[in-house]
Design a protein around this ligand. Structure first.
Ligand code: GLY
Length: 310
């Protein structure tokens, strides 16, 4: 089977001055994931490694550099899902983990549970060889300044360079036909302590089913949860009718793209909010859609060439 990879660094109003940083981060994450897949490696390793690169890059709202909650803490969420077994591992509201996607993977591989939160997730990390870091290690000065402005003024998206909520994610299909999807986020800025969005919730911020495809979402979590967007996308991938109705309006395009577009239309019309998603169908055909001004994402074309946006 031909391997395939698509990744994202979030859909938001990316200002011109952040475009190059986004492109550079997406490029590095694609290179890392593709090196694994193109040399016969596993989709689970490609997704984990690509997301680690994005978590470590302070351009994106995941891992180091994430938004602070209203108490001034970073609380991180992540999920990794196996499209073959439908097993997922997820963590939420962790404050002392550099790379929550690694912890989500450990939950997937070493527990019978799907999700662990807060102190329980951090205890599991320690027991499984994932070091805890001081919470301050996750805080970027830019975000502390934005948080202070929100406290002293009022919470405003302008304090965050238009970046109110962001997420990173990846979907990979390897040459053995294994399909994995993963998502990681710092959530929305100034969120209430303990708030968990769509990202780590199976079917909302991420879903993978080797019989349909794999999906990672980004955007306003409270809206994405209402329409269970990642599961909606994989369900639609089973249903050719979405393609027929879309073709009438937009001419020929892949089923994968028609599905991605249909999900974003539903997000806008049914819950009146913004976001984006990336997906691979079960044969590895990529698609991305968003209704924000820009989305940071990239995928590998059939020729092996990287396609990067914005
Ligand atoms: N989509 C990220 C969040 O709302 O937490």
């Amino acid at each position: 089977m031909k391997p395939s990879l698509i990744i994202h660094g979030g859909a938001w109003n990316i200002p011109d001055e952040s475009v190059e940083d986004c492109r550079a981060g997406i490029q590095r994450a694609l290179e890392t994931g593709w090196k694994i897949l193109s040399s016969g490696g596993a989709a689970i390793d490609a997704v984990t490694s690509a997301i680690v690169i994005l978590e470590d890059d302070s351009t994106f709202d995941a891992g180091f550099g994430s938004h602070l909650n209203s108490d001034g803490h970073v609380q991180l969420d992540a999920i990794l899902m196996d499209g073959g077994t439908l097993k997922a591992g997820a963590v939420a509201a962790v404050e002392r983990i550099h790379n929550p996607i690694r912890l989500a993977r450990s939950v997937l591989e070493h527990s019978d549970h799907v999700m662990l939160v807060a102190a329980g997730a951090e205890k599991f990390a320690e027991e499984h060889g994932i070091p805890l870091c001081p919470p301050e290690d996750l805080i970027h000065e830019r975000e502390r300044i934005a948080w202070r402005r929100c406290l002293s003024d009022s919470h405003a998206v302008e304090h965050h360079l238009g970046h109110e909520s962001g997420t990173v994610g990846a979907v990979a299909l390897d040459e053995h036909g294994h399909l994995f999807a993963g998502t990681s986020t710092g959530g929305t800025c100034c969120k209430l302590p303990g708030r968990v969005g769509d990202s780590p919730l199976i079917g909302c911020g991420c879903y993978a089913d080797a019989e349909a495809g794999g999906v990672s979402c980004t955007g306003h979590g409270e809206g994405i949860m209402k329409i269970v967007m990642a599961k909606m996308a994989t369900d639609l991938l089973h249903d050719q009718r979405v393609l027929l109705s879309h073709r009438k309006k937009a001419g020929p395009l892949s089923l994968a793209q028609a599905v991605a577009d249909a999900c974003i239309r539903k997000l806008a019309h049914r819950v009146h909010t913004t976001g984006g998603l990336i997906l691979l169908d079960r044969q590895g055909r990529p698609a991305a859609a968003f209704n924000t001004p820009r989305m940071a994402y990239g995928y590998v074309e059939e020729t092996g060439k990287f396609r990067i946006a914005p």
